[in-house]
Each structure stands twice: as structure tokens, then as C-alpha cells.
Design a protein around this ligand. Structure first.
Ligand SMILES: [Zn+2]
Length: 273
């Protein structure tokens, strides 16, 4: 029996602090949450001070750092970038050009972090905008906050996406196999950082992850899909989240699960390997 391979992705919700100034409430919310977490002893003083000061840091993304880590472990991860704004993702397309190119130049895949999910016109616009930005024509999508409507998959397929990876069960880790939607592939998302690892709860996050991996093996899914937000890849700002990601990747690596990109997984599925 083949072990499932692991598909890793990173949703790029934030690039720089200034994109949030007067555009959204990301930082006021972070301040309030950080005070409550300090009071509950879920975060230490270092993380607290860093989070309070984070509106003034040079950048909020941690793409160079996570690329270095992923490369060390041979993880061909995919970075999803927004080409519209909404729900705390506030950078404009011209503000992400350089970063998208940086990821591509480093040999990693990029895709759309979609805002549109139920309207054919805006879905097609996002697809067009990303095509113009990257010159690619075979990229995938994950929606911001994994928002989906009944018709989303059909609309993504019609817009020309190669794959979607937004189907997600908020109640429990739910291993579903990839399936076709016309010319498009759907890779349901299984493990998302925000639903697994919480401040001050690293050990229970590891246990939940190990149990999930065992379940994935029992039901023989070919791929485990895992999402980690790059902005949390920082030992002092998000110690538990960052430690969980490093631990998970090393666990998969040490136990020889093997990592694969969405694009190569599609090749495997279509060639029936
Ligand atoms: Zn997002």
C-alpha cells in the first residue's frame, strides 16, 4: 500500500503592513487578540511585544524564509496570491508583482487566492488578471477563507482553472480524494493550520495531526493536502504555529511520505500512475 504523498500550499493573505493602513482592521484586531492571549497565558511576552509592534515591521509575509525551509526538505509548495481585495486581504495586484515573480524565480508554483466564488464575471476577471500577471495558463485556485457556493466548482472550471483546492470541512479533518470537474481537478483541503494549531497548544496540535495522518492512510487517500499561512513562519511572532509546521514537514520527511506539487499530482492522476 502506497503512503499518501503530501501537497503543501501557502495562502499569501498579507504582504506589507502598509497595505492594511486605513484599508482594514487587521491590526486593531490583532492588538485586542494579543492582549487577551497574554492574559490567558497562551502567548509569552516576546510574542506579545512582537505582535503589538507588527504594524511597523518591514514586511508581514515570510515568503523568503518559508521558501528556504521548503527547499531544504524538498517541498514543492504552491503559493496562492490574491488579485482582488477583501476580508483582510488588502494588497493591490500591482503591489504583489515583485513577490509573485520572486516565488516563480525560485522555482515554486503560484496560483490565485480567490475572492470571487459565486459570480462568473468576477471569477473570470480574477483568472484573467492572474494570467496577465504571470503569463501562466494552467494555474489553480484556493478561495480566501475557503468560501464556496454550490456553483463555484463549475464556475472555476469554466473560467479555465486547472485545479481548485477550496473544498474544506470546518467541522473535522475530512479526507476526500481528488476528483474531476470537467477539465479541472478538485483537491479537497484536509489540514489547515488555523483549525489545528492554537497559541499555547502545540502538543495537542501534533496529536491531532498524527491521528489525522493515520486516518488518511487507513482510507487510502493518494494525497494529503496541507495549508500553512506563510506569515506565521516566524519563531518569535507565532512560535507554536511555526513549530507545528516545521515538525509536520520533518515528520513527513523522516517517515518518507514524499512531497508533490498539485501540478505533478495532476500528471500522476491523468497518467494513472
Ligand atoms: Zn486567505
Amino acid at each position: 500500500m502506497r503512503k499518501p504523498k503530501v501537497i503543501v500550499s501557502h495562502d499569501v493573505d498579507h504582504l506589507f503592513p502598509k497595505e492594511h493602513y486605513f484599508r482594514d482592521l487587521i491590526y486593531p484586531k490583532l492588538w485586542v487578540k494579543s492582549i487577551l492571549k497574554l492574559l490567558h497565558h497562551d502567548i509569552g511576552l516576546t510574542s506579545f511585544a512582537k505582535r503589538m509592534a507588527s504594524p511597523f515591521e518591514e514586511r508581514r509575509h515570510r515568503i523568503p524564509e518559508i521558501i528556504e525551509f521548503d527547499r531544504e526538505y524538498g517541498v514543492p509548495s504552491t503559493f496562492f496570491f490574491g488579485v482582488s481585495q477583501g476580508l483582510g486581504m488588502s494588497y493591490f495586484t500591482d503591489e504583489c508583482v515583485e513577490t509573485v515573480r520572486y516565488v516563480q524565480d525560485n522555482g515554486f508554483d503560484v496560483g490565485v487566492h480567490g475572492i470571487a466564488f459565486d459570480d462568473a464575471g468576477t471569477i473570470a476577471e480574477e483568472h484573467e488578471r492572474f494570467l496577465a500577471l504571470t503569463g501562466l495558463n494552467d494555474f489553480g485556485i484556493r478561495t480566501h477563507y475557503v468560501r464556496m457556493a454550490e456553483e463555484s466548482l463549475a464556475l472555476f472550471e469554466k473560467a479555465g482553472y486547472r485545479f481548485d483546492t477550496s473544498i474544506f470541512d470546518r467541522q473535522r479533518i475530512n479526507f476526500k480524494k481528488p476528483f474531476r470537474v470537467g477539465a479541472m481537478w478538485e483537491f479537497p483541503l484536509h489540514i489547515m493550520d488555523g483549525y489545528i494549531v492554537f497559541d499555547g497548544k502545540l502538543e495537542s496540535a501534533k496529536q491531532v495531526t498524527l491521528e489525522a495522518i493515520r486516518e488518511a492512510e487507513q482510507i487510502c487517500v493518494p494525497y494529503i493536502t496541507l495549508l500553512f499561512h506563510d506569515y506565521q513562519f516566524d519563531d518569535s511572532l507565532f512560535p507554536d504555529q511555526c513549530a507545528w509546521y516545521k515538525w509536520a514537514i520533518r515528520y513527513f520527511n523522516d517517515n518518507e511520505y514524499g512531497f508533490i506539487s498539485y501540478q505533478d499530482a495532476i500528471k500522476e492522476l491523468e497518467e494513472g500512475i
